[in-house]
Write a protein that binds this ligand. Structure first.
Ligand SMILES: Nc1nc2c(c(=O)[nH]1)N[C@H]1C(S)=C(S)[C@@H](COP(=O)(O)OP(=O)(O)OC[C@H]3O[C@@H](n4cnc5c(=O)[nH]c(N)nc54)[C@H](O)[C@@H]3O)O[C@H]1N2
Ligand SMILES: Nc1nc2c(c(=O)[nH]1)N[C@H]1C(S)=C(S)[C@@H](COP(=O)(O)OP(=O)(O)OC[C@H]3O[C@@H](n4cnc5c(=O)[nH]c(N)nc54)[C@H](O)[C@@H]3O)O[C@H]1N2
Ligand SMILES: [Mo]
Length: 791
């Protein structure tokens, strides 16, 4: 018998109710494998979860040199001991028998094992060749939101100053590029204004396209505890599906897909019409209010009701709640970031807070959420299509400053064009400009849109594909060179969650076989490439996680994400700490922007902003004309209809997303028995009225077809918006990943067989959440029920 709690049937566990403004009680969740009890654990090794952006702190139990379970850390500000389903069970994937244990190189069409020297020589000679014959633009680096800070920083130095390529981005482009862009548009700079502690103080919590209950279950436990305590908050949920969040909401708005912008403009209209705005705040701390007033003047709830198909009275009700509370907290995630007008809509949520003066104090804050565990670090370190330390590529002083940190000339850092975004990198690889693509910690053969295109692009003869992963994933399967990586629990590093909390995650056990930490692979590559600074000294001077962290601290100094006051020692033993951590705030910073919007000044800002509709970047002169100094920017935008609207051939709108039990392409959660059996296969959600009309029943196997492709899945009838279909995007073409091999000759089941290559003009984030589709019956239901969603 294993020891611990059940987070499959009872994902959120027992309630520990608490009242407004009091401290969230501790509840310690533990799960240990069969035969292990807390007193038989050899050591507990400090870590935090890397299966979402929450940063749930935990200790890893080690028995006989193996991971034997996990226990939540009571001392940590983020979770106070609690763990969600993936936190509790996901670690089992580390010990899966099909871990990659040696590098693989493609010979005569087959991937065959080789030693590290052979693998690295192959990588280095290909890199050198391309640099000589085609220049740095022939090399692209596509990384992750799941490595550690030290690894991204090293990769950013390699890419930007070593190779000198502008083609470095993360899968964070698919994930939180819109969060970053929305923060830059409103506040001049990336950096989360709010904090999870605001959940303890808020009276109204509005969740925009965010199924927090399933995707950050531990913060949902916090909200559930507040709902059961004194002075509970009211929830507003904007989601077309009856998610667990929607079921607990005071107001649930279920708009047509792709119409967030109309809804938000109507909320802004109502708040301005009823004059529930904070005039002193607007006057002293913002610019651009009059543009917003003009933009939303005609955006009445009745107007929006026609577009969103939501009753006008419900929009008014939501506006009343938002307009009358003194403590408003909002969260935004993929139902906005991956939907039509992503950045424009995310920015309107910031605007709601700015016009109501709801920022920088307890219970009043906005969280432009992250999704991936370490996405924040991809962004900070400049491994995401930005310069490290939130520096502005258009500002020569920022480039010079970075060049001095690295002791290179400014011209060694490409900055004559915006850093290449991932969607463009894949296009450049498709057309033959990029000839080597080094993919680390991501599985684009499942996660990118329009998979048939991605497969053919990755298998081109002229493109050398390197994949650094734990398993032979769908993507690794197509690679020319596969590098086996160590992961969480097997390597040390730091990472930062969605509310700027930095955690240390220590190495608890040895990685399998010859697998190596990503940091060691990058450092080995840098040494073999012999990258030099301007004094002909080694460009990269660090050799392990802690010295990499120290190097990063220098790069972060004086920037919003200032880590200079942090050390590994400070991060051991207690709670994670929120950046900036510097001389003024050695214990970290709970909220940004309590007094001024200090990063919006033209000389400080990370970006001069973009036109939200066209994505056209503004220049310095245009930004200076805003006179932002110390003030936030209110940027309005008009609603525009989605590019695709249902037709007779494609009468449905199709969206995709997540279940509580799986993480992304399931490389880890598919290998954890409890999680895999909770949701073993793809399904298709449809409204009961649609199912009745089409004479389809629960469990029927259906085909969902879009202009790009098709997938098969079993039908699940729910109370989601009529006319909408929902498919979880976790399922690629491995059955149980790796263990039973490819689904050769069988129809697709990945959501991305059906999604279009289209992105938001400002953030360049792909629009996974709005396409059109048709449905047909493949086979009537056998007796077995379909896969589970959330209970
Ligand atoms: N269990 C689990 N947790 C995770 C992850 C995981 O894979 N599994 N991944 C992590 C990562 S990387 C991310 S990015 C986050 C994502 O976390 P979320 O954004 O919460 O997850 P999604 O399910 O992608 O999308 C949220 C909701 O958007 C709704 N939606 C779809 N289209 C629209 C629209 O047009 N308008 C509105 N308003 N809503 C819409 C969907 O119905 C869905 O419920 O989760 C993180 N946490
Ligand atoms: N249709 C649709 N598509 C989507 C989305 C959607 O909602 N709908 N959501 C998008 C979003 S928000 C995201 S974040 C992406 C996620 O998409 P991906 O990033 O492609 O998904 P993962 O399965 O997390 O891939 C991470 C890979 O890194 C490997 N890995 C884990 N730890 C380590 C490590 O320490 N080192 C190395 N080298 N490798 C490691 C894992 O085995 C896995 O293969 O998908 C996007 N795609
Ligand atoms: Mo994500």
């Amino acid at each position: 018998m294993s020891t611990g709690v059940d987070r499959i049937d009872d994902p959120w566990g027992d309630r520990t109710p608490y009242g407004r403004d009091s401290e969230w009680p501790v509840r310690i969740d533990t799960f240990l494998r069969d035969g292990v009890r807390p007193e038989t654990v050899d050591t507990w090794s400090q870590a935090a979860s890397i299966l979402h952006s929450d940063g749930d702190a935990m200790d890893i139990a080690v028995v006989d040199g193996q991971i034997a379970g996990v226990r939540g850390r009571a001392v940590d500000r983020v979770n106070r001991g609690r763990l969600g389903p993936k936190d509790l069970y996901g670690w089992q994937a580390n010990a899966s028998p099909d871990r990659l244990t040696s590098p693989l190189v493609r010979r005569d069409g087959h991937l065959v094992p080789c030693d590290w020297d052979t693998a690295m020589d192959t990588l280095v000679s290909r890199s050198r060749d391309l640099l000589k014959t085609r220049g740095p633009d022939a090399i692209g680096l596509y990384t992750s939101g799941q490595l550690f800070l030290e690894e991204y920083y090293t990769l950013a130095v390699i890419g930007r100053a070593g190779l000198g390529t502008n083609h470095l981005d993360g899968n964070t482009r698919l994930c939180t590029a819109t969060a970053a862009e929305a923060l830059k548009e409103s506040f001049g700079c990336d950096g989360q204004p709010g904090t999870y502690a605001d959940f303890d103080h808020a009276d109204v919590i509005a969740l925009f396209g965010h199924n927090l209950a399933e995707t950050q279950p531990v913060q949902w436990m916090r909200i559930l505890d507040r709902l059961d305590g004194a002075q509970p908050p009211s929830l507003i949920c904007v989601d077309p599906r009856p998610t667990p969040v929607a079921r607990r909401a005071r107001v649930h708005l279920a708009p047509r897909l792709g119409t967030n912008m109309a809804l938000l403009n109507a909320l802004l209209h109502e708040i301005i019409r009823t004059d529930r705005v904070d005039h002193p705040f607007i006057d002293t701390r913002t610019v651009g209010f009059e543009n917003l007033v003009a933009q939303v003047r005609s955006c009445t709830p009745r107007w929006a009701a026609g577009i969103c198909d939501v009753p006008a009275a419900r929009i008014e009700e939501a506006a009343e709640l938002i307009g009358t509370t003194d403590r408003l907290m909002s969260t935004v995630l993929q139902g906005v970031y991956q939907s039509h007008q992503a950045t424009a809509a995310a920015v309107q949520v910031n605007n709601l807070h700015l016009i109501r003066g709801m920022i920088g104090r307890p219970g009043a804050g906005v969280l432009q959420m992250n999704g991936q565990p370490t996405a924040q670090n991809t962004r900070e370190c400049g491994a995401n299509g930005d310069l490290p330390g939130f520096r502005n590529w258009q500002n020569p002083a920022h480039v010079a400053d970075l060049a001095s940190v690295w002791n290179v000339t400014p011209s060694a850092i490409p900055h004559d064009a915006p850093p290449t975004h991932a969607m463009k990198m894949f296009r450049l690889a498709e057309e033959g400009t990029i000839r080597m693509l080094w993919i680390s910690g991501t599985n684009p053969a499942v996660s990118l849109p329009d998979l048939s295109r991605i497969r053919s692009l990755l298998t081109q003869e002229r493109l050398f594909v390197v994949v650094q992963d734990l398993y032979l994933t769908e993507t690794a399967h197509l690679a020319d060179l596969v590098l086996p990586a160590a992961t969480w629990g097997e390597k040390t590093g730091t990472f930062t969650n969605a509310d700027r909390t930095v955690h240390l995650s220590d190495k608890a056990v040895e990685p399998p076989g010859q697998a190596r930490a990503d940091l060691d692979i990058f450092l080995d590559y840098a040494a073999r490439m012999n990258f030099r600074d301007k004094d002909d000294e080694p460009l990269i001077t660090w050799r392990d996680p802690e010295s990499a962290f120290e190097a990063w601290k220098k790069c972060s100094k004086g920037r919003p994400c200032d880590y200079t006051g942090l050390t590994y020692t400070a991060l051991r033993g207690g709670s994670g700490l929120q950046w900036p951590v510097d001389e003024q705030s050695p214990q970290g910073t709970e909220r940004l922007y309590g007094d001024r919007f200090s990063w919006s000044a033209p000389g400080q800002c990370e970006s001069y902003g973009k036109d939200l509709t066209t994505g056209e970047p503004y220049d310095e002169a245009a930004y200076r004309a805003l006179a932002t100094d110390g003030r936030a920017i209110i940027r309005p935008a008009p609603y525009l209809p989605p590019d695709e609207t249902p037709t007779a051939a494609y009468p449905f709108q199709l969206t995709s997303g997540r279940t509580i039990y799986h993480f992304h392409t399931r490389t880890k959660t598919g290998r954890a028995p409890q999680l895999n059996s909770a949701a073993p296969d793809v399904w298709v959600e449809m409204a009961d009225t649609d199912a009745t009309r089409l004479e389809l029943g629960e469990g029927d196997l259906v085909e969902v077809r879009t202009p790009r492709g098709a997938l098969h899945g079993r039908l699940r009838i729910t109370a989601l918006r009529p006319g909408v279909l929902f498919v979880p995007f976790h399922y690629g073409y491995w059955d149980t990943p790796g263990l039973s091999g490819p689904r050769a000759g069988r129809p697709g089941r990945a959501a991305n067989e059906t999604t279009p290559t289209r992105w938001d003009p400002a953030s360049k984030q792909p629009l996974f959440k709005t396409t059109v589709a048709t449905v047909s019956l493949v086979e009537r239901s056998p007796s077995s029920p379909p896969a589970q969603g959330a209970p």
